[in-house]
Design a protein around this ligand. Structure first.
Ligand SMILES: [Zn+2]
Length: 317
């Protein structure tokens, strides 16, 4: 039954069932914002609307990516919306294809610094299946973006997987590697609770740059030289998990579900969004298909086939 339902959800587009609302302060601007999620018709995609600017729409799509440093911002015709990645990670992982996100300010609230409050919000909304086939972007050729020792790459695969590697010189961080097959359950249990983090030594420089005006010990893990200012951590590798969450939120800007494996090595929002832009700019690298992860479910009919998949290189280590 659960598998049958998952299959149906994979084949058809979805939206949310009912509205829900959340509010809070923006991490970087410090402004108070209200976010309302609303159902949307088939083929709408994920669309932010600035209700303070006559419902000006900003599609969650790679062609609207603005400057990106410590958070991902969207900009369209000069209208900006900041820090979209945690909300988009939740929406994308839950397989919501069509949704309006009404916002009354310039930044999505940071809440507790993780995607968990957005998962609770989506739980309030529920999911509704629409009578329109879902379309997937299936990657056919690899693409990599490299800057020094930082890189992110996307590779052909039959399901959406991410692998994220971080390396920070800090006794609580060091090298952390996180890999998941992205879906609602895996995202909820493994990634959604992982919070934003920053280093205490960076707070003053960031403030001087006009950033993290809304930052506090309630919405970000603050790392001191040797420890953490506001523990306990939710996971020993909360940092790596949060990076994977950010990566998924940025990949959501592809604008449709992905059939691809993505690997990020010491990357960040800038590399993630460059990957999305370059991928979208080169249609020879991908195809659009309505046969998505649902077809994988159907193909995996025998235990031998399932074992073969679980031993594939992508699933190992
Ligand atoms: Zn983040």
């Amino acid at each position: 039954m659960g598998r049958h339902r998952a299959k149906l959800r994979g084949m058809f587009q979805t939206t949310i069932n009912r509205e829900a609302f959340v509010e809070g302060v923006g991490l970087h601007t410090g402004v108070h914002g209200r976010v309302r999620l609303l159902p949307a018709p088939p083929d709408t995609g994920v669309v932010f609307r600035r209700v303070d600017l006559d419902n000006f729409p900003i599609e969650a799509h790679g062609h609207n990516v603005a400057r990106v440093s410590y958070a991902t911002s969207l900009m369209k015709q000069g209208v900006l919306l900041s820090t979209t990645e945690h909300l988009l990670a939740a929406i994308y992982s839950c397989g919501i294809d069509n949704i309006f996100i009404d916002v009354d300010n310039i930044e999505i609230p940071i809440l507790d610094g993780s995607a968990e409050p957005f998962m609770r919000l989506l739980d309030q909304c529920g999911v509704r299946r629409l009578r329109r086939k879902r379309r997937y972007l299936k990657v056919l050729q690899p693409l990599e973006v490299i800057e020094g020792d930082r890189r992110v790459g996307i590779y052909p695969a039959d399901e959406f997987r991410v692998r994220c590697y971080v390396d920070f010189r800090h006794p609580l961080v060091g090298q952390q590697k996180v890999e998941i097959a992205v879906g609602e359950d895996t995202f909820r249990h493994l990634l959604s609770r992982a919070r934003t983090f920053c280093f205490e030594r960076d707070i003053t420089p960031l403030r001087e740059m006009g950033l993290i005006r809304g930052g506090s010990l309630e919405n970000a893990i603050v790392l001191t030289e040797n420890g953490v200012m506001n523990g306990p951590l939710r996971f020993p590798d909360e940092f790596g998990r949060h990076k994977a969450l950010d990566l998924i939120g940025d990949l959501a800007l592809v604008g449709m579900p992905l059939l691809a494996r993505v690997e990020a090595h010491k990357a960040g929002h800038s590399l993630h969004t460059q990957l999305v832009s370059r991928l979208l700019a080169d249609p020879s690298l991908w195809t659009i298909t309505t046969a998505g992860q649902a077809s994988l479910d159907q193909e995996l009919s025998t235990p031998a086939q399932i074992a073969a998949i679980s031993q594939s290189p992508a699933a190992a280590d």
